[in-house]
Design a protein around this ligand. Structure first.
Ligand SMILES: O=C(O)CCC(=O)C(=O)O
Ligand SMILES: [Fe+2]
Length: 244
């Protein structure tokens, strides 16, 4: 594991290193289909871990971030997954799903809310994803919204499981909404040749990547981390969660 990587990512880093070795020896599948969620070999596609992670610095403006906060508080008003042991710091955060006591997400695409009520910001996000992704997928491929999620991680939260990929999606964008000065830990991590790459993001910065690339979020050690996450896929637009 490279220096400076949170120890909570030890297992994920070990997995990434071994997976990279096996993949380069062609002993492990290198590509996922976008349709069946199955992973398979494909000689005509680049190895997904060698594809670019596109940085979009200052992608969200201060006004965009204010608008997002409104979308969460008004659009997600009173939504709560009913997770009994949810951390008290997340009790007032609108959410549809709790991944743990300290990590929740709100589906902003539910019933097309974000697409209709925040159309300009939605179009800005999708246009950037399509325009900046020419190295990641066919620019003309018809892609639809799989999910538009607002994630909140409280202290102790993270996305540390080994082999985390957004299987089934084509493009993922993660934009940092919280101010990293108010958060300790909670770094977005990808892997290059099996080694962790810690992305030092400022508020409003976004990353765009092939959804099937390995990625993690190191454990938040203090404060909260908030991020807007958008996934596009070839299947029809979802209007409920990640799967429907
Ligand atoms: O919080 C993030 O930036 C990424 C979240 C993520 O990768 C996921 O929910 O699949
Ligand atoms: Fe993910």
């Amino acid at each position: 594991m490279g220096s400076g990587v949170d120890p909570s990512l030890h297992a994920a880093c070990e997995h990434a290193r071994k997976d990279d070795e096996r993949s380069r020896r062609r002993e492990a599948p290198r590509v996922c289909t976008a349709n069946s969620l199955a992973r398979y070999w494909a000689d005509d596609k680049p190895y997904v871990e060698d594809t670019e992670v596109v940085a979009l610095p200052s992608f969200l403006s201060a006004a965009d971030i204010e608008e997002l906060a409104m979308a969460v508080s008004l659009g997600g008003k009173a939504r709560n997954a009913g997770w009994a042991s949810l951390s008290s710091t997340l009790q007032g955060v609108p959410h549809d799903v709790a991944f743990s006591d300290v990590h929740v997400a709100l589906y902003l695409h539910r019933d097309g809310y974000f697409q209709t009520s925040h159309r300009e910001l939605f179009c800005k996000c999708i246009a950037a994803m399509r325009e900046q992704a020419s190295s990641l997928c066919d620019p003309k491929a018809p892609l639809h919204v799989r999910c538009i999620e607002f994630h909140t991680y409280a202290e102790g939260g993270g996305l540390i499981e080994p082999d985390h990929r957004d299987n089934g999606s084509v493009l993922t964008m993660s934009a940092l909404v919280s101010n990293p000065r108010d958060t300790s830990g909670g770094h977005f991590v990808t892997f290059s040749f099996g080694q962790p790459v810690v992305h030092e993001l400022s508020r409003g910065d976004a990353l765009l990547f092939s959804s099937e690339r390995l990625h993690n979020v190191s454990t938040v050690a203090g404060g909260q981390r908030c991020a807007l996450v958008i996934e596009l896929w070839v299947q029809p637009t979802n209007s409920r969660d990640r799967f429907s």
